[in-house]
Design a protein around this ligand. Structure first.
Ligand code: GRF
Length: 211
């Protein structure tokens, strides 16, 4: 089996990228290799994490482009040059254009810090997700890894994990718990399953093949 080239798109701190790099160092990303990190923000801390792990970093600065289309075109060109087999959105802040999503159908994976279809879609990003979870009063939240479709947070679900909401939680405390207990485990696991060709998509359903 050819090693799949994984390109991770980031915009910020990159703790999910770190989880992927650490999993790779432990030999847990089977059949794939993180070959590049592309940031939409110059100076993102995620780029330092990449450099430290010896992974090349690129910047496609969203603010340098007038439209989403122009930004997306530049991104697409870079991904073609990198021969990406799998694109992982790890705290990437921008919604990709339908043309982009079509080009990489079922080859783009995103992590969302809630149990989709709850607390997702337009406006649900970062700490806002956890604020809304606390406001609503649900007792369980979690994280979801899914394939990206043209609509935000609506693509086929690969893995989910529940995390309890506890008395006295602040959005920051809950965010941290969701990351530690769910996000940092689920994302490397989903990436490894993809790289082993164990995921198949039938409509909305993702089947996971046994080893
Ligand atoms: C995470 O909560 C992730 O689920 C969401 O954005 C956040 C990124 O954090 N999509 P980091 O940059 O990986 O630390």
């Amino acid at each position: 089996m050819n090693m799949k080239k994984i390109v991770v798109l980031v915009s910020g701190g990159g703790t999910n990228l770190q989880a992927l790099l650490d999993a790779q160092a432990r030999g847990e990303i089977i059949g794939g290799e993180i070959t590049a990190v592309v940031s939409s923000t110059p100076g993102a801390f995620a780029l330092e994490r990449a450099a430290k792990a010896g992974v090349e970093g690129h910047v496609i600065n969203r603010k340098a482009y007038e439209s989403r289309e122009a930004f997306t075109d530049a991104l697409l060109q870079t991904l073609e040059e990198l021969h990406a087999d799998l694109i992982v959105l790890a705290g990437f802040l921008y919604i990709l254009s339908p043309a982009f999503v079509d080009r990489y159908e079922n080859r783009i994976i995103n992590i969302h810090p809630a149990l989709i279809p709850s607390f997702c879609g337009d406006g649900y990003y970062g700490l806002k997700v956890h604020e809304k979870v606390l406001e609503y009063g649900v007792k369980l939240t979690g994280a979801t890894v899914h394939f990206v479709s043209a609509e935000a947070d609506a693509g086929p679900i690969i893995l989910q994990k529940a995390v309890p909401v506890e008395e006295g939680d602040t959005p920051e405390i809950l965010q941290r718990r969701v990351m530690e207990q769910a996000e940092w485990k689920l994302l490397p696991e989903a990436v490894s399953l993809f790289c082993q060709d164990r995921l198949s998509v039938e409509g909305r359903i993702v089947h996971i093949a046994e080893k």
